[in-house]
Design a protein around this ligand. Sequence first.
Ligand SMILES: NC(=O)c1ccc[n+]([C@@H]2O[C@H](COP(=O)([O-])OP(=O)(O)OC[C@H]3O[C@@H](n4cnc5c(N)ncnc54)[C@H](O)[C@@H]3O)[C@@H](O)[C@H]2O)c1
Length: 252
Amino acid sequence: MNKPLSNRTALITGGGQGLGFAVAAKLAELGAKIAINDIAPERATKAADRIAYASDVRTHAILADITKKDDVDDMVNDAVSTLGGLHILINNAGILYPTSVADTPEEEWDRVIEVNLKGTFLCAQAALAPMNAARWGRIVNFSSTAGKTVSTLGGAHYTASKAGVLGFTRHLAKEVAGDGITVNAVCPGLIDTEMSRTIIDDAQAQAYADSFPISRLGQPTEVADLVAFLASDQAAYITGAALDINGGDLMV
Ligand SMILES: NC(=O)c1ccc[n+]([C@@H]2O[C@H](COP(=O)([O-])OP(=O)(O)OC[C@H]3O[C@@H](n4cnc5c(N)ncnc54)[C@H](O)[C@@H]3O)[C@@H](O)[C@H]2O)c1
C-alpha cells in the first residue's frame, strides 16, 4: 500500500528517546525513510533498529552534536547520500536545566542556547540545499510553552532559547516560503518523557496534571501526531506558525 510519506526522507535530531523517538516512529509508520540523530550513540542506533523492526522503512542512525557545524553538515550529507534526499527536518534535540538565574554558570547558559537555538539554526541551514533541490521541504522546530510564557521546569536559559526558536521559525518561514518549504514550531506543555521525569517525581507530576484543564501530562505520541501533520502535504498553507499542545495549560 502506498503510504503518504513513502517518497520522503526525514531527519530527526535527538531522536534516540522521548519526543524525537515518537516522531520518528510516527513518520516511519507513514512511510518516510528515517535518519535518527543523537549525541548518544547507543540511543541513536537502538532507536533506528527498533523503528526498522516495527515498520518496513529504511532507517539510519547518525551520531552528531548539533551544536557543531562540521558535525551537522556531515550529518545532512550522510542522510542525503544514504537515504536519498532530505525532505523533512525535525529540530527536536534539546536540553533543560532547572537552575535559577542567580545560580546559572556561564557555561550552562551557553550550552542551553547552543543546543536549543544554535543547533536548530545549523540543522535548518544545512537542510535547505537538499530541500531546495526537491522544491519541497518541511521544517518543524521544537519550542515549548516556555517560548510563549515562562518555563514550567526549566530555567531562564531554557525560556530564552525556546523564545528564540519561535523568532527563528518565523524569520526562516518568510525567507523560504517561495521555495516550497514550510517552517513551523510546536509548543508542547508538560509531556511525559525522560527529560521531564528526570526533573519531577510522580507526586509532582500528579500535582502538575491536576493543575491543567485536561488533567494529565501529554503523551509523546500525541505530539508526534501534530508534528506528522505539519510534515504532510496537507499542511502546505501553514508556515511561520507556533502550534500549542498543552492540555489547555496555556491558552493564547
Ligand atoms: N518533555 C517535555 O515536557 C517537553 C515540553 C516542551 C518542549 N520539549 C522539547 O521537546 C524536545 C524533546 O524533549 P524530550 O522530552 O524528548 O527530551 P529528552 O531529554 O528525553 O530527549 C532529548 C534527546 O536529545 C539528545 N540530545 C541532546 N543534546 C544533543 C545534541 N547536542 N546533539 C544531538 N542530540 C542531542 C539527547 O541525547 C536525547 O536523546 C526538546 O527540544 C524539549 O525542549 C519537551
